[in-house]
Write a protein that binds this ligand. Structure first.
Ligand SMILES: N=CN[C@@H](CCC(=O)O)C(=O)O
Ligand SMILES: [Zn+2]
Length: 411
């Protein structure tokens, strides 16, 4: 099947295959071709160029993209899309003055979602989660990472991971799976948190690994959750099973989680709302991608990740949604890109790079996704008629997407 897009107003994020992430000042560059064509052959990007040099070829279908922009789909490298129920009552509690921390201390928060998940059948968790996944795909997400972490028992963690596996098998987009057993200390372990760590490390982790249910390991390294010492222990153990870290750090406090992640060659360190200079320094010259989650900052009214400081230090930055029932009940990457520009002072070019090629890197997918590159998967956003790509973050809350293609198929 050969599908040709013609008269594309601008083909955005056109890259050579050697570009796997962009860092520092490079993030300001967003290579594009104006008045372009793009050829998709089966599931892959076959070729592209300027309309002045449109080659003759046998084509099965042509789509006239006059006035429209094409860019690679968003790569959302941090989500908790698999969950059961919702937490809108806690939302109301927060409006009435309780903090996220106070709600968690009363047994709400992650423990509330864990209770609901434990009581919900695997089929129902799948149904609820697949609706969310379909919703975000229509919003332009073409690759996604999903974490466990609302189980907090062996059965429930494995249930979540099986749901992630089923989603991966059913949907065409790449779905990466992360084991987040160390997301919160269950009530019954409150007075003996080390026993919960032992359960995660010695009982659940080996089963996750044996059953091939996760590629990555995660931990919520934060005051009141898991310490830097716990983080080292877990990452060390998970490394023996080949699970690379992608970890929650520096959301409320800088306690040394970034350094711990870097020491274990984390693929990414995520959240980073509170950053000390040493957290920035330790990320320099590493393979670890910093990931910002601005819709979490919006929803919880907490600081935004200091993107300017990170980028100006020469580091890369990726953007993701953190879609989850407690701190970010939204999986809309378009909103994330807007917030990055409006609240974190990223330029549209930086934000689009962060949400595409750098997001792909943070899931080990930048060899196949995240840019318009010959041979990569044809995961594409075709916009409505819009004046420029800057219009995407500018017109926040407006759906500027005409259609989304995953592996060359319109969804
Ligand atoms: N901070 C840790 N985990 C999630 C929130 C979990 C929840 O509140 O349910 C996050 O990334 O924001
Ligand atoms: Zn998260």
């Amino acid at each position: 099947m050969k599908l040709l897009f013609t008269n594309i107003k601008e083909l955005v994020q056109v890259r050579d295959e050697s570009v796997l992430k962009v860092s520092g000042a490079e993030m300001k560059e967003l290579p594009s071709i104006k008045n372009a064509w793009l050829l998709v052959e089966n599931d892959k990007i076959a070729d592209f160029g300027s309309m002045n040099e449109l080659p003759e070829a046998d084509i099965d279908k042509t789509i006239d993209a006059t006035g429209k922009i094409i860019l690679p789909t968003w790569c959302d490298s941090h989500t908790h899309i698999v969950y059961a129920g919702n937490r809108e009552l806690e939302f109301a509690d927060r409006i009435n003055g309780l903090s996220y921390e106070e709600i968690a201390n009363r047994g709400g928060g992650i423990l509330n979602s864990a209770k609901t998940l434990q009581e919900t059948s695997e089929d129902s968790v799948y149904e609820q989660s697949s609706k969310r996944l379909e919703e975000v795909m229509k919003l332009g997400t073409g690759a996604v990472e999903i974490k466990s972490g609302y189980g907090l028992t062996e059965d429930a963690e494995l249930k979540m991971l099986r749901v992630i596996k089923s989603l991966r098998e059913k949907y065409e987009l790449p779905v990466k799976s992360t084991f987040l057993g160390a997301h919160a200390i269950p009530k019954e372990y409150k007075s003996k948190p080390q026993e919960y760590m032992d359960l995660v490390i010695n009982e659940i982790l080996p089963k996750v690994a044996d059953q091939g249910l996760a590629e990555y390991i995660d931990i919520f390294c934060e005051k009141g959750y898991f310490s830097v010492e716990d983080t080292h222990k877990l990452l060390e153990a998970a490394g023996k099973y080949g699970l690379r870290p992608k970890i929650h750090v520096n959301q409320f406090n800088a306690i040394g989680g970034v350094k711990a992640g870097v020491e274990h060659n984390a693929l990414s360190v995520d959240h980073l709302e509170v950053m000390e200079n040493e957290d920035i320094e330790v990320l320099k010259n590493t393979e670890t991608m910093p990931v910002a989650l601005p819709s979490c900052s919006l929803f919880l009214s907490i600081p935004y990740t200091p993107a300017r400081q990170i980028i100006e230090a020469g580091l890369p930055l990726a953007l993701a949604t953190d879609f989850n029932p407690g701190s970010t009940p939204s999986g809309n990457m378009n909103l994330v890109v807007s917030l990055a520009c409006i609240k974190m002072k990223m330029t549209p070019e930086e934000a689009i790079n962060a949400a595409t090629i750098n997001g792909a890197y943070a899931m080990d997918l930048s060899k196949t996704h995240g840019s318009i590159t010959k041979g990569k998967q044809a995961n594409l956003i075709l916009t409505k008629e819009i004046p420029s790509y800057t219009f995407l973050p500018y017109a926040f809350g407006t759906n500027s997407i005409d259609s989304v293609y995953i592996n060359g198929e319109k969804i």
